[in-house]
Design a protein around this ligand. Structure first.
Ligand SMILES: Cc1cc2nc3c(=O)[nH]c(=O)nc-3n(C[C@H](O)[C@H](O)[C@H](O)COP(=O)(O)OP(=O)(O)OC[C@H]3O[C@@H](n4cnc5c(N)ncnc54)[C@H](O)[C@@H]3O)c2cc1C
Length: 303
């Protein structure tokens, strides 16, 4: 309740105040900020995935601008020889306005990344986007099988069925590559598991399906229970270090991140940046007021 009240008030707070906690989770406004943070993470032994903030656009002009920004980021990351790839949110390219236009924009981004032998991950957004994003992924994977991947959310009741339906696309020449996360949006119980333990149980079920079918996976979680069980499954399936990676959000649980690295696993950090950081921060808070408690903690625990 308290979190809900605080999160509904947050958009009214001054931007400068919001930045005091957002800066822990967001690299900054410019490409240069993202590159600086990425170099540092690379030096510390981690890969990155860059996300240019800009969801929920109002018209296709904004989609065009977002695409141009990604194309520039792809060039800059390559020039700087950063070990990293890209994450895109299809709604930033008009998914809910014009699905075909969105496909063309993301296709151009994937095609550019493929030209550098790099990779684009399609983030998964709220439930009204899921069918559209899977369709998008299927089309792109057909043309760029090694350069595009999809996120799946373990809290959705449909996820194991989605994995099964996508399985026939997986061949040695067209390997599937997923990121598995819990899911961050507030969804109704009709379509999503709500209980923490139940979500974790389904996360592990999905992860085991992925491992047992030889798909590549980004294990995206900060939850120590899931991390420990992922170690167990990695051992059970005898996976090599380059057959999976762990993934965490920039600024979240750096000590857990370090402990995974010390055990010799690969780690990729999700680095959001861009001018829309304020909209991004306040939307995330409205979507999931629980995050407010992390922010309040961060406010009182600034080092
Ligand atoms: C790399 C990456 C990419 C993602 N991509 C997507 C996506 O495309 N679509 C989507 O719906 N969701 C995405 N998510 C978000 C994800 O779905 C979860 O909402 C989020 O990761 C929290 O779940 P958790 O597994 O860490 O478990 P939780 O049970 O939420 O958290 C476990 C523990 O981690 C710590 N923690 C978690 N979050 C924070 C925080 N913000 N600040 C401080 N501590 C924290 C706390 O100690 C907490 O107890 C992504 C997450 C990651 C790591």
């Amino acid at each position: 309740m308290f979190n809900r009240i605080v999160s509904s008030l947050i958009p009214l707070f001054p931007k400068k105040f919001i930045w005091t906690f957002s800066k822990r989770y967001i690299a900054g406004e410019s490409i240069e900020d993202a590159l600086r943070v990425s170099h540092k993470l690379n030096e510390e032994g981690m890969m990155v995935t860059l996300d240019v903030l800009g969801e929920f656009i109002k018209d296709l002009d904004e989609a065009e601008r977002n695409k141009q920004e990604y194309l520039q980021v792809i060039d800059r990351l390559t020039e700087e020889k950063i070990d990293g790839n890209f994450s895109v949110k299809p709604s930033s390219f008009g998914l809910l306005i014009d699905e075909e236009a969105c496909y063309r924009h993301i296709r151009e981004i994937v095609s550019k990344a493929a030209g550098y032998n790099n990779f684009v991950r399609i983030d998964m957004e709220d439930s009204k986007c899921v069918d559209r994003e899977i369709r998008l992924f299927r089309r792109l994977h057909e043309e760029f099988p090694r350069n595009v991947g999809l996120v799946l959310q373990a809290y959705l009741r449909r996820t194991l069925d989605d994995l099964k339906a996508l399985t026939p696309l997986h061949t040695p020449e067209t390997p599937l590559n997923f990121r598995l996360c819990k899911g961050i949006y507030v969804e109704p119980a009709r379509i999503a598991y709500k209980d923490h333990d139940e979500i974790n149980q389904h996360y592990l079920e999905d992860l085991e399906y992925i491992f047992s079918h030889g798909f590549y996976v980004g294990i995206a979680t900060h939850d120590q229970f899931l991390i420990d069980n992922a170690y167990r499954l990695i051992e059970k399936y005898g996976l090599k270090k380059d057959e999976y990676e762990f993934q965490m959000l920039y600024g979240v649980t750096p000590e857990r991140r370090a402990s995974i690295l010390r055990k010799g696993h690969r780690m990729r950090v999700y680095v959001p940046f861009g001018k829309d950081w304020f909209g991004y921060s306040t939307r995330r808070l409205k979507e999931n007021p629980q995050i407010t408690s992390y922010i309040i903690k961060a406010l009182f625990n600034r080092k």
